[in-house]
Design a protein around this ligand. Structure first.
Ligand code: PLP
Length: 407
């Protein structure tokens, strides 16, 4: 990857693009929600489809000149349905958040109860945060993790579902390293007569690759961001049982969105085909191997991994044995060329903006070809960087990380 891979003709923006290219190349991206888009996805995002307005559905648009994009959207939908075995697919949501907004709009009225994982134990802000539509316009109820093993407390899910009869039972997380028991959740949703929404933002790539069970056969609706492990463009997707087609279609457009991003729809079509390949499955398997190895190596060096490990590409690591906060750890690692997110523990004792943990994720290194034999050296570098406030030492580790990631 050279610097300045794109030229906009705008000097200041080009300089920023070149800087960002250098930043990504000279440091290790361990952000759990990022990946490295494929050349095919990038090409589609820069294509002519960016210019096309196509409000509505294939063959029933508000604009003229849609004969080509109609075929494009039909191709993307057919590929999504085939890849996941879904009755219905909507490829128009502009993001994972937009997809969730549409699903809430489709199945719940303002004030209705919705049940989801607590935000401070791994849930997402669209799962009932007071700062978000989901918690402001609906009545959020939350289940949590068990204190002993830090896994979802399914007994609590059942109890809350049966007592409160939420319209939606929301499953899925932004900062949780384990899979979910979909057959059990289906049973609970049936007992409580609610819609089971699986927000698979971090799990869709695993479902496509076969590294984890797919929620699609069990859920009423599945949403995801296409830009996480899934390795597609910035955007969202809704998958559902065929019977929900009409209500979901109308909830996306015109209820919550205008015209779709047709260049992102093109890139989604590319990603759905790429995600059906053995190459993609191998990449997802590598994300899991790297995350499991790194978790184990950090644990050997005295750090605690939440829930004892990971089934996915991400892990939450307790850095309090080093006597620092999560935000300290993020800053020290960043100076040493290792980019992570600060995080909170499921049973956090520090203020949320500090936290006692970091969240690590491995899709970017997996996409760039980092191999598991480098993990012990990476764990050494991470612990050394977090253990010191010394900038000279961080500079030294940064040089080591550059060698680790390029050679
Ligand atoms: C990332 C994420 C989203 C939202 O993604 P955007 O595409 O950024 O809107 C939704 N739900 C979960 C669980 C996520 O992790």
């Amino acid at each position: 990857m050279g610097t300045g891979e794109v030229t906009t003709g705008d000097r200041r923006v080009d300089a920023l693009i070149a800087r960002e290219v250098r930043r990504r190349a000279s440091s290790l991206q361990l952000i759990a929600s990022e990946t490295e888009p494929t050349p095919g996805v990038r090409a589609a995002m820069a294509s002519v489809f960016d210019a096309k307005y196509a409000e509505g559905q294939p063959t029933s648009r508000f604009h003229g000149g849609c004969e080509v994009v109609d075929e494009l959207e039909e191709l993307a939908v057919a590929r999504a349905r085939e890849l996941f075995g879904a009755g219905y697919a909507n490829v128009q949501p502009l993001s994972g958040t937009a997809a969730n907004l549409a699903v809430f709009a489709a199945f719940a009225q303002p004030g209705d109860p919705v049940l989801a994982l607590r935000l401070d134990q791994g849930g997402h802000q669209t799962h009932g945060s007071r700062a978000n539509f989901s918690g402001r316009w609906f009545t959020p109820l939350h289940y949590g993790l068990r204190a002993d093993d830090e896994l979802v407390d399914y007994d609590q899910v059942r109890e809350l579902a049966l007592v409160h009869r939420p319209r939606l039972l929301v499953v899925g997380a932004t900062s949780y390293s384990r899979s979910f028991d979909y057959p059990l959740l289906r049973q609970i949703a049936d007992e409580a007569a609610c819609i089971l929404l699986v927000d698979a933002a971090h799990l869709a790539g695993h479902a496509a690759a076969g590294t984890l069970p797919s929620p699609v056969p069990y859920a009423d609706v599945v949403t995801f961001s296409t830009n996480k492990v899934f390795r597609g463009p910035r955007g969202g997707v809704i998958l559902a049982r065929a019977e929900y087609e009409r209500v979901l279609r109308k909830a996306v457009h015109p209820f919550t969105q205008g015209g779709p991003s047709m260049h992102a729809v093109a890139a989604k079509a590319v990603a759905f085909a790429e995600s059906a390949t053995e190459d993609f499955a191998a990449y997802v398997r590598t994300t899991v191997e790297l995350a499991q190895d790194l978790s184990a190596e950090l644990a050997v060096r005295g750090l605690r991994v939440v829930s004892g490990g990971t089934d996915t590409h991400q892990a939450v690591v307790d850095v309090s044995p080093l006597g620092i906060s999560g935000v300290d750890a993020q800053h020290r690692l960043s100076r040493a060329g290792i980019v992570v997110d600060k995080a909170v523990l499921p049973f956090e004792t520090r203020p949320v903006n500090e936290g006692s943990a970091i969240r690590i994720g491995t899709p970017v290194p997996a996409a760039l070809g980092l191999t598991t034999d480098r993990i012990p050296a990476l764990a050494d570098a991470m612990v050394a960087a977090m253990a010191t406030p010394d900038h000279a030492e961080h500079d030294r580790i940064h040089r080591e990380i550059s060698r680790l990631t390029t050679g």
